[in-house]
Write a protein that binds this ligand. Structure first.
Ligand SMILES: [Zn+2]
Length: 409
C-alpha cells in the first residue's frame, strides 16, 4: 500500500476527462463470465487462464480508477487543510484588530469622559457667574463649550466607527469559523471515501489471491497435469485419481486450539469473511496433509497468506481443495502425490508476519490457517464461492483438539 504522501505527490495532475474516458471504457469492455463448470481438461484450464488474464486487465483498470480517485481526494484534503490554515491566520488577524480597536475605544472613552468632566466644571455656577460679568469671557465660554461639544461629538463618531469595525470583525470571525467547520466536514467525508476506496484495494481476507498469483497458480496447475501425463483433452478426474480416495479428513497437526472461526469476523475494524479456521500452534509445528491427494500448486511468500499449499483430493466421492496458509516452509511441490502421512511443511505465522519483519501482511501471530473448498481449484473466485467450514474441527473459539483423528460434529 502506498503511503498517502506518496499518493498525493506521486500524481498531482488528474484530469476529470481521463476518468470519464476510463469510466466509459469500463462500461464497454464485456465482462468475462466465469463458467460455473469445473474444468476437466488441460484445454479447459487454458481457457480459464485466458479468462483470468482478461480479468486482470479489467481489474487493473478499476484499480487505476480507484487510485486516481484516492489521489484526487487526498489533494482535496490537502487543499482543505491549507484553507483552514489560511482561515485560522485570518481569524488571528481579526482577533488582533479587535483588541487594537478595543484599546482605541478605551482611549476615546477616557478622553470623552475628561471633556465631559471639564464641561461640568466650566458650566458650574461660579464659573458661569464670573463670565456673566464679562461679555468677552462669556463669548469665550460659549465658544469653548461648543468646541468641547464638537470634540465630544467627534469622539462619539470615532467610538461608533470602532464599534462597527469590531462588529464586522466579529462577524468575519464567525463566518471563518463556519467556513472551517464546512472544510472539516469535507475532510471527514473525503477521508471516509478514501477508507472505502482503500479497503476496496486491500484484501483483508488472509488468503485472497492477487491475480498475478492466480495466473501463476493455474499455469503451475497446467504444468502439473502435463507432467502427470494427462493429455490436452483427457478428463482430469480420471487422470488425477492417483491420490486415491478418502473416507474422512484428518487433522493437519497432532494438537492445537481454534484461534479464529470460519466466516465473518472483524479485522482492524473491517468486517471480512474468514475463508477458513486458524489453529494456534507454535511456529515450526509439523503440518500433515489432511487427505490423500495431489498437490495442485504452491504459492511462495504471498504478500497475503505467505507460503501456501493447495492439495486436491476426493473425500466420500466429493472433490475438495484443502489449503494451508502462512507456512514457514513448504515440503511439497505441484504434482506430488500426498497421503495423510505426508509432511506438507512447517507452520509459521509470526516470523513470516510483516509486523515482525516478514513478508505476509495477513498474519500477526503463530498459527496455521486451514481452508477447505468444494471442487478442485479452478480460480480464486470459484474457490472462494465454494468454501466450507473445515469439517471435524471444534466449533468454538479457544477449544482444543488432541489428536489427528479427534472429530467434532
Ligand atoms: Zn486464517
Amino acid at each position: 500500500m502506498k503511503k498517502v504522501k506518496d499518493i498525493v505527490f506521486g500524481s498531482l495532475n488528474i484530469s476529470l476527462s481521463i476518468i470519464v474516458l476510463f469510466a466509459s471504457f469500463m462500461v464497454l469492455v464485456p465482462k468475462v463470465e466465469a463458467s460455473s463448470k469445473e474444468p476437466n481438461t488441460i484445454a479447459e484450464y487454458r481457457q480459464e487462464l485466458n479468462n483470468l488474464k482478461a480479468k486482470k486487465k479489467r481489474i487493473e483498470n478499476e484499480k487505476k480508477l480507484t487510485q486516481q480517485e484516492i489521489n484526487e481526494k487526498n489533494l482535496a484534503i490537502n487543499k482543505a487543510h491549507q484553507n483552514i490554515e489560511e482561515s485560522e491566520a485570518k481569524i488571528e488577524e481579526a482577533k488582533i484588530e479587535i483588541e487594537a480597536s478595543q484599546t482605541e475605544i478605551l482611549k476615546y472613552e477616557e478622553k470623552t469622559k475628561e471633556l465631559m468632566k471639564y464641561n461640568q466644571v466650566v458650566k458650574g455656577e461660579n464659573a458661569y457667574l464670573n463670565f456673566v460679568n464679562d461679555a468677552s469671557s462669556l463669548t469665550e465660554l460659549i465658544m469653548r463649550l461648543d468646541a468641547i461639544n464638537l470634540i465630544a461629538e467627534y469622539n462619539k463618531d470615532q467610538l461608533n466607527t470602532l464599534e462597527d469595525l469590531i462588529n464586522e470583525l466579529e462577524k468575519k470571525q464567525v463566518d471563518l469559523k463556519n467556513y472551517e467547520k464546512q472544510l472539516n466536514k469535507d475532510i471527514d467525508s473525503f477521508t471516509a471515501r478514501i477508507d472505502e476506496l482503500d479497503s476496496s484495494l486491500l484484501a483483508f481476507d488472509d488468503d485472497r489471491m492477487d491475480l498475478e498469483e492466480e495466473i501463476k497458480a493455474i499455469e503451475e496447475k497446467i504444468e502439473m497435469y502435463k507432467n502427470a501425463g494427462c493429455g490436452e483433452n483427457e478428463a482430469l478426474d480420471v487422470c488425477l485419481a492417483k491420490g486415491g480416495t478418502n473416507k474422512t479428513f484428518m487433522k493437519p497437526v497432532t494438537k492445537g486450539y481454534i484461534t479464529s472461526l470460519f466466516g465473518y469476523r472483524n479485522v482492524s475494524g473491517q468486517s471480512s469473511n474468514h475463508s477458513g479456521i486458524d489453529i494456534g500452534v507454535a511456529e515450526g509445528t509439523t503440518v500433515y496433509s489432511m487427505i490423500n491427494g495431489v498437490v495442485a500448486f504452491t504459492v511462495k511468500k504471498a504478500s497475503c497468506g505467505g507460503n501456501k499449499v493447495y492439495i486436491e483430493g476426493i473425500v466420500n466421492g466429493q472433490k475438495y481443495t484443502v489449503v494451508f496458509l502462512h507456512l514457514l516452509s513448504i515440503n511439497v511441490k505441484a504434482g506430488d502425490v500426498v497421503t495423510t502421512q505426508t509432511v506438507v511443511g512447517k507452520s509459521g505465522g509470526r516470523s513470516t508476519a510483516t509486523r515482525y519483519g516478514g513478508y505476509d501482511r495477513c498474519t500477526t501471530g503463530a498459527h496455521l490457517h486451514v481452508s477447505v473448498s468444494k471442487g478442485y481449484w479452478k480460480n480464486d473466485a470459484t474457490y472462494r464461492a465454494n468454501l466450507i467450514n473445515p469439517p471435524g474441527f471444534p466449533k468454538t473459539k479457544g477449544a482444543w483438539f488432541y489428536s489427528r483423528t479427534q472429530w467434532f460434529d
